[in-house]
Ligand binder design. Structure first.
Ligand SMILES: Nc1ncnc2c1ncn2[C@@H]1O[C@H](COP(=O)(O)OP(=O)(O)OP(=O)(O)O)[C@@H](O)[C@H]1O
Length: 203
């Protein structure tokens, strides 16, 4: 499969263009990094690629078709801030099973303790909550993953554990991953190529 963004631009309500003419393509099985300074628009671009936000101009295509608007989304975004990505009125078991039912093996590989399933989101740390968001995003219908600073809030050991399970699954299922990060060491380790945000953007 091929995920493509063509000439994407985003203009805020105040009329300011955050970016214009962003084009990128990502194939199944590819792991590509995006690096850029804080505030340049990486998260906004990630939201557009995963269908959460409409661009002001340009188009995102999945195998030459527009992104689907209903059902399980094949491009899954993992946010930098997991507390913004969960329903705080739901317990963790319901959040986890929102789109599919992750198996025990996945929960173990992501370090999710079963006792956490009965808690509310605010009874978990950011890192613990993020493990649920990763599991939730890895459903069998996921084709591409947009990992926006996915493990930034985690310690080095947890970070390595989560990336190891994500990379294992990506390899087995031939997922494409876009890794948005400030962490040069991580980008170098997991990505086959790394793009500077400003090199794909012409303001
Ligand atoms: N409605 C809005 N009007 C004007 N500017 C906005 C609006 N919404 C967001 N912005 C600005 O757009 C910029 C891009 O934010 P975004 O989160 O995409 O950047 P980022 O590169 O992911 O940053 P970071 O690395 O710090 O997470 C920010 O400077 C933000 O203040």
């Amino acid at each position: 499969m091929l995920l493509e963004a063509h000439n994407i631009g985003l203009r805020h309500p105040n009329g300011h263009w955050l970016f214009r003419n962003l084009s990128i393509s990502l194939r199944s099985g590819e792991i590509v990094g995006i690096r850029g300074p804080s505030g340049c628009g990486k998260t906004s671009f990630a939201r557009i690629l995963s269908g959460y936000e409409q661009p002001s101009e340009g188009v995102v295509l999945l195998d030459n078709s527009p992104l689907p608007k209903t059902n399980y989304h094949p491009v899954q975004l993992i946010y930098q801030h997991p507390e913004k990505a969960v329903n705080h009125r739901w317990k963790m078991s319901k959040i986890l099973n929102e789109g599919w039912t992750p198996d025990d093996h996945l929960l173990t590989s992501l370090g999710i303790e079963r006792e956490w399933l009965n808690r509310w989101p605010n009874e978990l740390s950011g890192g613990e909550l993020q493990r649920f968001c990763v599991a939730r995003a890895l459903g069998p219908k996921t084709k591409f993953l947009i990992a926006d600073e996915m493990t930034t809030m985690l310690d080095a050991i947890s970070q390595a554990q989560i990336w190891q399970s994500v990379l294992d699954i990506a390899q087995k299922r031939n997922l494409g991953i876009l890794v948005v990060s400030h962490d040069d060491h991580l980008l170098k380790r997991v990505c086959s190529r790394v793009i500077e945000f400003h090199n794909i953007s012409y303001k």
